[in-house]
Structure formats: structure tokens, C-alpha cells
Design a protein. Structure first.
Length: 261
């Protein structure tokens, strides 16, 4: 029994390192691998427990990454707070809905989301045109976008940075570098909110979450170090990672179909 626990801890550290590495290397979208790794590598049997544990890891990782952005002045606290505040409500609604969905059906939906993220990652980042609007209209748009992004984040237990960053830019007129830093406020808030909802239902493996976070910290540091060296290869890295996401999504769909059969 002790050897099985030790093996699971080692696999959790390794899986966390892989997710942290992908996040540090290519940025948004990397954390979406957390759930399938927890399920099929670490060996968490229940899909809802994997999602709850992943949400906790995502929230803690985002909080850690927020600090250097805040020190560098890359966080627009007013816009970030409005977006996160309404998003917390969305995350509560989304996580409640996610827990109500049968596990294998939820994984099939998650696989579909992975394919969408893989496709979005292949699009080139362009400067988004933002029309000047009043402060009241900006606050309303930020609140609406935050609730929607929080709902999706809570439903799937993901960070949702691929939605939060463009949401801050389009709804709040936040420049890209500040949108990236500000997004981490919402990612951490949504992650912890979703994790709290799942924890209340006893759907978090705390030991695996701790070892997973340890691996994520190490992997993130290595990935961030390599990111500057491989900046010119970003398009190729996104294509490779996108292909991995699609392959994992297909495997998840296969496993879900087999479970229904």
C-alpha cells in the first residue's frame, strides 16, 4: 500500500511538472492538461475529484504567478476586481452545474473544449481594436464577461485564461501585457472558488494536490527559462501542443464511449 501511495505521489509531481512546464513555455491553455493527467496518469478514479483537484492547483499556480506581474505594475486592479468579482458568482454556478453532470459525460464535454482550445492556440495574436466607451459601460461589460468566463471556468475546473485575456481587452480596453497580468487575478479567484465548491462536496484529493503543486512550481520555472530562448519557435510549439491536446481529447472521448458501452 505504501509503495502505491509513493508511486502516485511521484506521478503527481511528474504530471504537475509537465503542466507547469507547458504553462511556462507557451502560456495560456497549458493547464487544460491537468485533468486528463490526474485521471489517466496519476490515477484519480473519479472525474469530479480530478476536476476539483485541478481547480485547486490552477488557483494556487495563478496566485504564485500573479506576484511578479503585480510587482512589475502589470495589473489593472479596478478592471481585474470587477471581472473577478462577478466571475466568482459564475464559477459557483458553473461548478454546481458541473458536479450535477454525470462524470463520463462531463469528460466528453471537456474533450470537446480541449479541441476548441487547440484550434484557438493556432490563431495568430493580433492587436484587438477597442472602441472608447464610458466608465459605466466598461464596468457593465467587464461584469458580464467576467460572469461568463467564471461560469465556464467553474464548470470545467480550468483557469480560463484563453477567455479572460481577450475579455479584459475587449470589455475593459486593457492593454495586452496588463490583460495577461490582470487575468491571473480572475484565474486564481475562479480556481479557488471552484475548488471550494468541490471541497464542500468532498471532491478534492488534498495529498495529490500538494504534490502536484510542487511539481508544477519546478516545471513552471524550467518552462519560463526556456520560453525566452524558444520565443522564435512559439508557432511550432503551439502546433505541437495543439496536436497533443487533440490526441488526448480523442483518447478521452474513446474512454468515455467505452464507459457508456
Amino acid at each position: 500500500m505504501a509503495s502505491i501511495v509513493l508511486l502516485q505521489d511521484v506521478l503527481a509531481v511528474g504530471s504537475g511538472s509537465l503542466v507547469g512546464f507547458s504553462l511556462g513555455l507557451i502560456g495560456g491553455g497549458g493547464s487544460i492538461l491537468a485533468v486528463p493527467l490526474l485521471l489517466y496518469i496519476v490515477g484519480i478514479g473519479d472525474p469530479h475529484t480530478a476536476i476539483g483537484t485541478s481547480a485547486l492547483a490552477v488557483g494556487a499556480t495563478a496566485m504564485t504567478n500573479l506576484l511578479p506581474h503585480a510587482r512589475a505594475g502589470h495589473v489593472r486592479w479596478r478592471s481585474a476586481t470587477i471581472f473577478a468579482a462577478t466571475g466568482i458568482g459564475g464559477a459557483l454556478v458553473g461548478s454546481s452545474m458541473g458536479k450535477a453532470v454525470e462524470g463520463q459525460r462531463l469528460l466528453a464535454l471537456f474533450a470537446g473544449l480541449m479541441i476548441v482550445v487547440a484550434l484557438l492556440m493556432q490563431r495568430e495574436r493580433r492587436t484587438l481594436a477597442v472602441q472608447p466607451i464610458s466608465r459605466a459601460a466598461r464596468c457593465g461589460r467587464l461584469a458580464a464577461a467576467g460572469f461568463g468566463a467564471g461560469g465556464l471556468s467553474g464548470f470545467f475546473g480550468i483557469g480560463g485564461g484563453f477567455l479572460i485575456v481577450p475579455g479584459l481587452i475587449l470589455a475593459g480596453g486593457v492593454p495586452i501585457i496588463e490583460a495577461i497580468g490582470s487575468s491571473l487575478v480572475s484565474v486564481s479567484a475562479f480556481g479557488f472558488t471552484t475548488a471550494a465548491s468541490y471541497a464542500a462536496s468532498g471532491l478534492i484529493d488534498w495529498r495529490i494536490a500538494a504534490t502536484y503543486l510542487l511539481g508544477g512550481a519546478v516545471g513552471g520555472w524550467v518552462g519560463a527559462r526556456l520560453a525566452t530562448r524558444l520565443a522564435k519557435e512559439r508557432k511550432m510549439l503551439n502546433r505541437i501542443f495543439g496536436a497533443v491536446l487533440v490526441a488526448v481529447a480523442i483518447y478521452m472521448l474513446y474512454r468515455s464511449a467505452a464507459a457508456w458501452a
